[in-house]
Design a protein around this ligand. Sequence first.
Ligand SMILES: NC(=O)c1ccc[n+]([C@@H]2O[C@H](COP(=O)([O-])OP(=O)(O)OC[C@H]3O[C@@H](n4cnc5c(N)ncnc54)[C@H](OP(=O)(O)O)[C@@H]3O)[C@@H](O)[C@H]2O)c1
Length: 325
Amino acid sequence: MVTLPDEMRAVVVYEPGGPEVLRLERRPVPPVREGWSLVRVRARGLNHSEVFTRKGLSPSVKFPRVLGIECVGEVASTIDPSRLPIGEKVISIMGEMGRDFDGSYADYVLLSNDQIHPVESGLPWEALAAIPETCYTAYGSMLNMRLTSGQSILVRGATSGVGIAFARLARAMVPGVCLLGSTRSMAREDLLIRNGFDEAVLDLDGSLQVKGRPFDRVLELVGPATLKDTCAHVREGGILCSAGQLGGKWYMDGFDPIVDLPPDGCLTSFYSGNVRGERLAELVSLIEKNDIDVWPEKVFTLDRMEDAHRFLEGPHCFGKIVVTE
Ligand SMILES: NC(=O)c1ccc[n+]([C@@H]2O[C@H](COP(=O)([O-])OP(=O)(O)OC[C@H]3O[C@@H](n4cnc5c(N)ncnc54)[C@H](OP(=O)(O)O)[C@@H]3O)[C@@H](O)[C@H]2O)c1
């Protein structure tokens, strides 16, 4: 029997704005109810989408709200202990956490049982927290891109958490691929190379500075803002996976799939909201078995969430950011 405190720390947003609107305060620990269990959050990864939400750019999110769309931790209280024993190590992502209901920027989060996924792992919390949303998206995209050895692959938006996770996974799992990563600043090439890329490509005002169609596969993380330009660099029969919106555009005008896609090419995507518990578990086990480095680039504590968001939005942001207790 675990005794729960009455109160917890939570980072609450009352009105849209900069990192300073993230207010650390004390709130009651939410009581469990039928079909929902309480998770003690040990760490959570930060995501670009949380910056959009904090700025008020997620129209469905009503403030005040505790943000945070993912977490790792332990079951703290439940009325379904046969499926979710107290103390069980779990992962959760999406399912409107931190959007429609209060999320993981708190000591405890109340989650629907069907979005709580038990996981076996010996990884430290910081590393485990870097996996759910970011590595899961990179992994799902990678599977949809049908990578095979020897291919030339471009990640557009490569310095992002998802971009770096993709490079580390692809490097470990598919031998002999040539991996290029785009960035808007070539000063970041060394960082990309240290994380598994062979070269950097300059992304200059939405135009990729390469000639012709050199790539067998492209992971597009800048999204609709650059997808048409990306199409022009995918080889005949190649696959383009559009899984991000770093460019701040969600929809496309002036895109003619018949003409713009590469000859005999395929356009695919991946959405982490379609969570499959068994695939998450498979990913964690694959990372551990292959000793893939998922350590986050930067780790903050919950009381420094404002600094963590400042870093996430700043010019030095790179790879995954994790916030622990
Ligand atoms: N499909 C899904 O289910 C799913 C799941 C998770 C994330 N995502 C999406 O994947 C993308 C990456 O997410 P993340 O959390 O990993 O991002 P992140 O770490 O916050 O990405 C930061 C990087 O984005 C680049 N960037 C920022 N603004 C940009 C712009 N206007 N144009 C081009 N690049 C820009 C910067 O790279 P440089 O300065 O080096 O260019 C920066 O290093 C996001 O769009 C996110 O919404 C999708």
